[in-house]
Every structure is written in C-alpha cells, then in structure tokens.
Design a protein around this ligand. Sequence first.
Ligand code: HEM
Length: 392
Amino acid sequence: MSASTSFPIGATVTIDQLADDPYPVFHHVRATEPVTWAPAIGQWLVTSRDLIMEVLRDTAHFRTDDPRSPIRETFGPQMLSTEGALQRRYKSACAPPFNAKAVDALTPLVHEVVAAHAGALPATGAELRSAYAAPVAVATVARVLGLDPAGDGLLREWYDTFADALINYAGDPGTRSRAEAAVRAFRVSLRPVLASPDRASQALLHTLARAYPRLLDDEEIAANALIVLFGGIETTEASIANTLWAMLSHPSALDVGQLDAEAMDRCVEETFRWEPAVQTCSRYAPEAVTLGGVPLPAGAIVQCMLGAANRDPARYRAPDRWNPTRADPTPHLAFGFGRHFCLGAALARLEARTALLALFRRHPRSRLDSERPSRPHGHEFRKPPRLDVLWE
Ligand code: HEM
C-alpha cells in the first residue's frame, strides 16, 4: 500500500494551503491522520498536541542533528542542530543573558531601542513590519550579543541571506554560496571582539570571549552567535507584527490605547498560541520508529506543527478564536518544548510587550489600513508580508 493510499488527507495537502491558511488543513488532518505523510513537502506532518509533545520529548528517536539539516550546513554545529552533552554545553554557555533576571536587567536597553524606533515613525502611519517590528528585533539582539549598532543594516542583509539558505530545499548553488559568504563575513566581523573583549560588557560575545577557561572556542562562539541571531530576528519581528495584526483586527474587543502591561501580555500570549511565528519544529528519525501507531522509516523528517498543537480542540476551547482572556490551563507551544525550548523566550516577551505598549501609547487610535490589507502568511515562519497601520 502506498503512502498516499494510507494517508488520503495528507496526500491532498498543498504548500499553498499550508502557507496561506493552514488551520482548516490542520483540523482536517488531525481528526483522522494526526501523523500523516504530505507528498507536497516530502515530509511527515504531526498535528495533535500530545503527539507533538511525544516527539519533542524523545530526543533519542527524534533528533535535530540531521546531517542534511540546512541550519547545520549553513552555520556549522550549534545548539539547534546538536543533541546530548554537546547541545547542553552550547546552550548553557549562551544562557546567562537570557534567564529571567538577566532579561529584567535588559529592560532599559529594550525601552531605549523601542523609543528610538517609535519616535522615528512618520506622523500619519507606517508599514510597521519593516519600519518598526524588524528594526526593533535586529537592534535588540545585536546589543544583547555585543555587536556594533552601526552594523544593524548589514546584519539584516546577512540575516536575509541566511533565511534564503535555510529554505533552499532545491539546493540552489547561488543561494548556498551567498549564505556561505555572509557567514564568512559575520565570522570576520567577530574577530576584534573575540581577540579583545570589553572587560566591562555583559553582552554575550564579550563574556564568552573573556571566559577563562573558555567555555566555547572561536568557531563554536560564532556558530552559536549565528543561531542566536537567526533565532532572535525573524521570530520576534513576526511575533510583534502578528500581535499587532491580531489586536487591530479585533477592534471591538479592545481599546488599544488603554491597555496596561498585564493586558498587553495577555494579547501577546494569546497571539503566540493563535498565530505562532514559528510554525514547525523539525526532527529526523535516525532509525525506523512508530509514532501514534504509524511506522516511520529511518531518515524520516517529521514536522511538528506548532500552530496545529496550539489549536488542538482536545486542549483549547473554541481554538480558532483569538481571545486574550482565555482560561485554558494548557500552555501553548509557540517556543517549542524540551531540550530545544527557545533560549530567547523571556526576551521575546519583553520586546513584544514594550514595542506594542510604546506604539499604542503614542498612537492610541491606530487602525489597519483597509486599502492595503495583509495578514500572516507562511508555512514554516508566519508573518504578514506588510502591515500598514494608520493613526491620524
Ligand atoms: C517570539 C519570538 C520567538 C519565537 C516564536 C521563538 C521560537 C522558537 C522555537 C519554536 C524554538 C525551538 C526550535 C526547535 O525545537 O526546533 C526556538 C529555539 C531557539 N530560539 Fe527562539 N523564538 C523567539 C525568539 C527568540 C529570541 C529573541 C532569541 C535570542 C535572542 C531566540 C533564540 C533561540 C535559540 C538559540 C534557540 C535554539 C535553542 C536550542 O536549540 O536549545 N529565540 N525558538
């Protein structure tokens, strides 16, 4: 029996559906094929929250260190494409600036970054994904790493090149060589910091470079800095944009100018559940394994669809409704789960809350520009391609 006869619904799933509006597709496959083969992407899709948790817990059978991984090929080994003791060493070396206390101490820096960008917005409105969410995310992660603020534009260019390489499934050689050149340029840009770190700086690159004995060598610092950079830009930009879009698409539910930090946190958290920026945690099975009763062959790549987990009706009431006052006890999986749980989750929350409060305090009458409608789009990473907002 072929995979398409065993998984008739998976066989009908298209990439366009997944990118455009995956949620009806998720409900459809989850009901009868919660583990399904999707020929359109040549990978397995997992859509039930319980099965996704099972995969993310089981690092023996479902791993990130796939030798075919585009992340590993582009950045070299770092915490998101290693397992076991090596992954723990990388992650614990990079963890200090991201724990709750350290992130608290970053509050003034994030306020400063946000104020600079909010203050520079035009008088009547703006395309806020590129004019606000993106530069806030780039500037924040650059400063947490300890990179020169003057290089933010270059970082963004490098970032876009990496992003193309990470979805270069067709193996286009031009895309690959542009990403290799960007990685080389990034490594060169780190040399002065690694050779003579600032003794007073708490930024990650400086603390890693002056540690004695060193926890990571120069290569390891660069590869892990790349994943921190990569992990911290698009995701945060997309989450700020998705939350803004969710809030402004529900104008009757909210008076955005009146929200306090706690109410804002509820909007941010509900958007993480409802429209997560990162839609998939990918794992590969080095050996044949059974998941949810389905036998998977050795080498199978499994996409754990976080957007599907977060709208699983077994766990969330009226899961398709954006409801910032929802009281479901089950946490969302927007930051993943287990050993690879997002390193930057606390920072991402601080950035989103600060950026949105600052925007709505300045522009309490913000509204979506009905002449330029846009909504989140994308299969693996989701965000609105544009987000035009007016405030006068
Ligand atoms: C709202 C914004 C963010 C979202 C939605 C997000 C989401 C995620 C998810 C789902 C994972 C797990 C990937 C997997 O298991 O396959 C992850 C891992 C990671 N994230 Fe984030 N992230 C965000 C912000 C950040 C920020 C701000 C940083 C750093 C500045 C960061 C750094 C990382 C790193 C380094 C990992 C890999 C951790 C490991 O492998 O152990 N992320 N993130």
